[in-house]
Ligand binder design. Structure first.
Ligand code: SAM
Length: 270
């Protein structure tokens, strides 16, 4: 049975539940998203130990969770939306994953309700940008992580060169939207809710001194975001050139901080 979602999360739940019906289909059909997921997997695979226990926040329909279970890891998903949770449950049944994949319908801002100890905490594709205060989440990591535990968050930062370039097309409001310190109203499937953008420095502050930054890389520092999914088809040569540049620059300042998303990995000091 679905949990009772408080009014604070109602619009997020409704918007993402509506999106959940077509989420996997649209994800699979989007070439940029596929490339980005591979980049995120390469990043995580370079840190994660075999047979790890993963706590995945805002897991959506469970695309990454299923992939991790297939790699031999165990995954516990925390996801808010009714529709997304329904999709994960379908995947658990369909792939016979009851012993390696579980889901808890919950906001990641209520992690006091999660039990167990994990090797890895993972969050992909900006789900955490719905939180107005990252310490609501990080405050639980000392209890939830095993010694030396690792966290990888894929989150949207305030500076995205591709979006800023919209200014030159006259779209000032959208081009500068990420700079609003107090958040921006997002619109999804007829629902409106606040989103917040976080720099690597904001992440460092939220994790505090007992966590070390291991790596940060950019996703889409120069190449277009998934919403421009026709770009690689219309301009294959330009897209390839930008993607090649991204690959060379994404681990270097400022392109490991100025991008559509950043992939940041921290480790808890032992
Ligand atoms: C853009 S989707 C990303 C889903 C998934 N990580 C992926 O890579 O496909 C964002 C997800 O964050 C979830 N979400 C937003 N706010 C949340 C919260 N407070 N607690 C848990 N999940 C949340 C949404 O329901 C949605 O499934």
């Amino acid at each position: 049975m679905a949990i009772e979602i408080t009014s604070k999360y109602l619009a997020v739940n409704k918007g993402f539940s509506k999106q959940s019906e077509k989420y996997d289909e649209e994800d699979a059909a989007n070439p940029i998203l596929q490339i980005w997921r591979t980049q995120v997997y390469d990043h995580v695979d370079s840190f994660i130990k075999p047979s790890s226990s993963i706590l995945e926040l805002n897991s959506g329909t469970g695309i990454d969770a299923v992939r991790f279970t297939k790699q031999g890891h165990n995954v516990h998903c925390v996801e808010l939306s009714d529709g997304m949770v329904h999709e994960i449950k379908k995947k658990i049944e369909l792939n016979n994953l009851k012993s390696s994949l579980t889901v808890q319908q919950l906001s990641y801002e209520c992690l006091e309700e999660v039990t167990g100890k994990y090797d890895y905490v993972f969050s992909n594709f900006g789900g955490l940008n719905c939180s107005n205060k990252l310490t609501k989440i990080t405050q639980h990591f000392h209890r939830l992580l095993k010694p030396g535990g690792i966290i990888t968050w894929v989150i949207m930062p305030p500076i995205c060169l591709w979006e800023i370039s919209w200014i030159f097309k006259g779209h000032f409001k959208n081009g500068l939207r990420r700079f609003h310190k107090n958040g921006v109203m997002a619109h999804l499937e007829g629902q409106y809710f606040m989103t917040y953008y976080y720099s690597l420095n904001d992440l460092k502050k939220a994790f505090g001194k007992s966590f070390t930054l291991l790596k940060c890389e950019g996703l889409g520092a120069l190449s277009p975001p998934p919403s421009a999914n026709n770009f690689p088809i219309k301009h294959p040569k330009i897209y390839s050139a930008l993607a090649r540049l991204d690959k060379q620059l994404r681990n270097h300042f400022p392109f490991n901080r100025w991008a559509d998303h950043i992939v940041a990995t921290f480790q808890m000091k032992e």
